[in-house]
Write a protein that binds this ligand. Sequence first.
Ligand SMILES: Nc1nc2c(c(=O)[nH]1)N[C@H]1C(S)=C(S)[C@@H](COP(=O)(O)OP(=O)(O)OC[C@H]3O[C@@H](n4cnc5c(=O)[nH]c(N)nc54)[C@H](O)[C@@H]3O)O[C@H]1N2
Ligand SMILES: Nc1nc2c(c(=O)[nH]1)N[C@H]1C(S)=C(S)[C@@H](COP(=O)(O)OP(=O)(O)OC[C@H]3O[C@@H](n4cnc5c(=O)[nH]c(N)nc54)[C@H](O)[C@@H]3O)O[C@H]1N2
Ligand SMILES: [Mo]
Length: 784
Amino acid sequence: MSDYDEADLHIEKPKTHAAGPVAVAVSMKRALGHMGAVRTAKTLLDLNQAEGFDCMSCAWPDPDPGHRHAAEFCENGAKAVAEEATTTRATPEFFARHSIAELDARSEHWLGQQGRITHPMVRLPGATHYEPIEWDDAFRLIGDELNSLASPDEALFYTSGRASNEAAFVYQLFARAFGTNNLPDCSNMCHESTSFALQETIGIGKASVTLDDVYDAELIILAGQNPGTNHPRMLSALEKAKQNGAKIISINPLREAGLLNFKNPQTARGMVGPGTDLSDYHLPIKINGDLALFQAIGSLLLKWDSIDHEFVESYTAGFDEWREHVASVDWNVVTDATGLTVQQITKAAEMLRDSKATVFCWAMGLTQHRNAVATIKEVTNLALAQGNIGKRGAGLLPVRGHSNVQGDRTMGIWERVPELFLDAIESEFGFDPPRKHGLDTIDSIRAMRDGKAHFFLGLGGNFAQATPDSEVTFEALRRMRMTVHISTKINRSHLVTGDIALILPTLGRTEKDVQKSGPQWISVEDSTCSVHSSRGPLKPASEYLRSEIAILTGIAEATLGDRYGIDWRAMREDYRNIRTHIARVVSGCDGYEVNVRRPGGFILPHPPRDSRKFETPSGKAEFTSSPIDVLHVPDGHLLLQTLRSHDQFNTTIYGLSDRYRGIEGGRRVVFVHREDIAALGYRDGDFVDLVTKWDDDDIDRSASNFRIVEYDTPRGCAAAYYPETNPLVPLDSTATDSNCPTSKSVVIQLVPAGTTTAVDNHGHQDEMRSDEVHKKHPQPHHLS
Ligand SMILES: Nc1nc2c(c(=O)[nH]1)N[C@H]1C(S)=C(S)[C@@H](COP(=O)(O)OP(=O)(O)OC[C@H]3O[C@@H](n4cnc5c(=O)[nH]c(N)nc54)[C@H](O)[C@@H]3O)O[C@H]1N2
Ligand SMILES: Nc1nc2c(c(=O)[nH]1)N[C@H]1C(S)=C(S)[C@@H](COP(=O)(O)OP(=O)(O)OC[C@H]3O[C@@H](n4cnc5c(=O)[nH]c(N)nc54)[C@H](O)[C@@H]3O)O[C@H]1N2
Ligand SMILES: [Mo]
């Protein structure tokens, strides 16, 4: 039953450049393999065009309509499209052939390869298989279940960041009309730390730059981000910035290929020449050392008086406390926490000093730690100190993950949505929405585990596999009375089910969406607050699919009837009716219908960016002072970060080639420094199990059969792929304030993979789910 054999795993030298001809070849091979030639041409040429559809692979902005290439997409965008537009189908016959238990024994990669789900499916209590169900019956089952709950707060409404603005708006309206703010989303595991930090310091949780600012920057800082893999189109923007004279500093435990050199496939130089060197200076920081680094840089800028005093005086508060706090930074603590020398840090600080316009970019390398909020506030301190907000070529740029995760928040997918938004819902729809904050992702899992929630609905995503502490989460989901997933393809969340489970198959971004009033389009927001429309070119994968909006309004009608007189049908039949509501409810969206239809769309207001207005309680941008909180890793342990390979989109595994890091044919690898491997008594190529050390509970957490790969990473640090490592992330290990799982700071030990079966050691591991593997390993904890 193996789809591939981990014995195929082989290791090569990491690459020193990203993209180039190989990327083009891989894009075409995957696209042709999944879609064939005609579909490939039809979809890829429409991707990211003004009249085309928005790429679902990341939230990087598009150039202005006049400046787009005929092929405005990257290798990983092409893979994402191929994955959705595949011609393979998971039909009712497929579900009849394979029991749920059998499917659950397969890897996430294999599940994804079974193609698009064609019919709504149900698993009834006690059944071993999914069977087809009519749409209306599915809606009735859901409505009955929801109406039988003792309280609306026993229901959880999860969203993954691919949902359109229109679907997101309808979804949150339904949840609130039903009576709960339980709207957990993938953002809770992603940029939540960013949203929290920026909201407190600059009054809005979003990027303060546009794409033009990136082009015009003098200095760009890339901290905790791997753009070559996760935001490949960003490399074109960085290349353009460099051509305009920008310098780049990368801060990362790994020398990711995309940080080193970019071979732009749009240019001759990129296809056959040497490419463009991107990073001018690389800081190989220890995992979790960024807070200390940024405070140290702050202390140097203060020492050199490289401060924009006028900006600080006019627009900020808290500067004096911050100055005092960082002036007394302890350099021993800093060098210990960062693994960097005073010289290295000084050189980076000099580059900041010499720049009159700096853009600060970051992603998961900063957000998924216990001290993540403090770290991001420290980035903000640096930006404020030099007046780098609300200035051309400068600002804060958290680079978002899912293509519409930011738009979903704007539309109210937020368990702690501001009162003003709820007031606007009340005046638009005439009902008083619940005011009590809802549950985020982690608290939702706790509520399920503790028997306080009984119903789970996922609008996209793969909740079971994306969340931390897989064992605990799986058990929590299995306690549900009903789990429902609106999905395109099969994933783990369909197999770890409540008593009743439903799969509601939906149209994807690549597909035509025709409703009663005719063809529809949807809208999305990127990382730079730019909102634009998207329309798919392809015929739907099956005639039984419904759009997300049709499904959500169907559920709403079956659950609420005509409660509050909300006209769900009008919204379904013509999405313009949704946008009319959006224009009246969501701030900054006046004239939405017209603005969003303009080629390239429109940019939402952002007070700090537009006019240096800071909507904090003090009316000023806030400097904040945070103690340097250093994670203590006991001897014999390593600090593990869980990251993405080049061949996956979150829990969707496209293939087994992490080309830039030299990993081919498998995923169960752990990257460790040569001297740590030796010090722990192992050799490169040994197989180990990873075991978590977590003081606050006595659960044994492990993930088995990882091949040790010697890698250029700081001493004491390790890296391995997500989601195979999710069983290792304790549920209660979250970032202070934002409650984001600490997926980049997991204290682990390596123990020999000795007690596993032969097959465990030498192959098929990816076929075995980590939680099953775990059960076979009540390992004696071997301390080296
Ligand atoms: N092709 C593709 N595109 C994607 C995704 C995908 O899975 N595949 N996922 C999307 C989503 S949802 C998101 S959120 C983004 C994620 O985009 P990224 O944040 O780039 O994703 P990760 O792979 O988690 O990489 C984190 C980077 O941070 C570094 N890092 C880890 N710990 C630290 C630290 O303590 N300090 C510093 N300075 N660096 C650290 C790692 O070495 C790695 O380079 O990408 C989006 N785009
Ligand atoms: N250990 C560890 N865990 C992490 C992270 C990490 O770095 N390390 N990263 C975290 C981050 S940043 C994020 S954002 C989360 C991601 O968490 P999620 O967003 O929940 O997970 P995805 O893997 O992106 O979801 C993929 C599924 O979405 C469905 N899907 C795809 N397209 C569509 C569509 O158009 N409509 C609908 N309805 N469904 C669709 C498919 O069925 C597919 O299986 O994971 C988090 N978990
Ligand atoms: Mo994300």
